[in-house]
Unconditional design. Structure first.
Length: 304
């Protein structure tokens, strides 16, 4: 049976951005703060080439391991070979991020309207993915992500909408979403499908350790753009068309060795790193790469 989907409109898509549903569901979701409007040049910063950290965004002053002579030589080489990168500074945004971090115990998880920089989770501490303890951490994750490009491009945001060609402008404002950081156990994360008010718009929940309650994580539209995970949309259509059962169908991955455990891993996921990181890693082991990478990030914050 062919899957059918409700018409997707621009208004529907906007209804699933965090700011549209947070007030209603704040009591059942992880503590979340939204920053908007963002600085006028913040989008430009995220879209610019290279990976640079805005000045003043680190919690501690960056320290360079280079001598003065080496620093001057590096500056001369940079000036000879290429134009210096554009410099950005967001002091007011830095202050807002720090206030939210302090209120949330010192660490947050960042995302934009819909998308989190999950493809950049390896950048800082892989054992605590996307844990940010300074504004510079937030900027580094967002700047290193390809995934967030979706939220930066209105054409991608409204792709597939039946009114995509409508000349009438729909208000769309970029927002920075900061959630209190928790070490999430993916084995307790569930995706629930709802169609015509029946549990079969898609949302993610995280079961508590006691498994007696859950935190709402996110909403997504009932549309092909949303991954159906262990189901196909054809199967969901059959379930939604059948007489309402007493309980919804539950599918689980019983262990990490199960064939389905990696079914939804992105193709070529090993290539989901910035070009600069690939070039920097050439000929270095992981310890040397990490030391060189952090030196490059710190040096970016000291550029005048």
């Amino acid at each position: 049976m062919t899957a059918s989907f409700p018409p997707l409109t621009k208004a529907t898509v906007l209804a699933f951005q965090t700011s549209s549903w947070l007030d209603v569901f704040s009591s059942v979701t992880i503590k979340t703060s939204i920053i908007r409007p963002l600085p006028a040049d913040f989008r430009q910063y995220l879209e610019s080439d290279g990976i640079t950290i805005p000045e003043g965004s680190e919690n501690l002053a960056a320290q360079s391991s280079l001598s003065d002579d080496e620093s001057e030589q590096g500056s001369e080489e940079a000036s000879d070979n290429s134009e210096p990168p554009a410099k950005y500074s967001f002091p007011e945004l830095d202050a807002q991020i720090r206030l939210i971090m302090a209120a949330y115990g010192g660490a947050v998880f960042p995302k934009l309207n819909w998308t989190a920089p999950k493809d950049a989770a390896w950048m800082l501490n892989p054992s605590s993915p996307l844990k940010c303890t300074s504004p510079s951490d937030v900027y580094l994750y967002l700047k290193s992500s390809d995934f967030i490009g979706h939220d930066l491009d209105p054409e991608m945001v409204f792709d597939g909408c039946v009114d995509a060609g409508d000349p009438e402008e729909v208000p769309y404002e970029l927002e920075l979403v900061l959630k209190k950081w928790y070490p999430i156990d993916r084995s307790r994360e569930m995706r629930c499908f709802v169609r015509d008010d029946n549990l079969i718009d898609v949302f993610d929940i995280l079961l508590t350790r006691s498994l007696e309650s859950a935190h709402l994580i996110d909403f997504n539209p009932y549309a092909p753009r949303t991954d159906a995970l262990l189901f196909t949309y054809e199967e969901l259509h059959v379930l939604g068309s059948s007489p309402l059962a007493s309980l919804p169908e539950l599918r689980v991955i019983p262990s990490s060795s199960h064939p389905m455990a990696s079914r939804n891993a992105p193709a070529h996921q090993h290539n989901m790193v910035p070009r600069e990181a690939l070039e920097l890693s050439h000929g270095r082991d992981i310890q040397e790469f990490h030391a060189e990478w952090m030196e490059q990030v710190q040096a970016a914050t000291k550029q005048d």
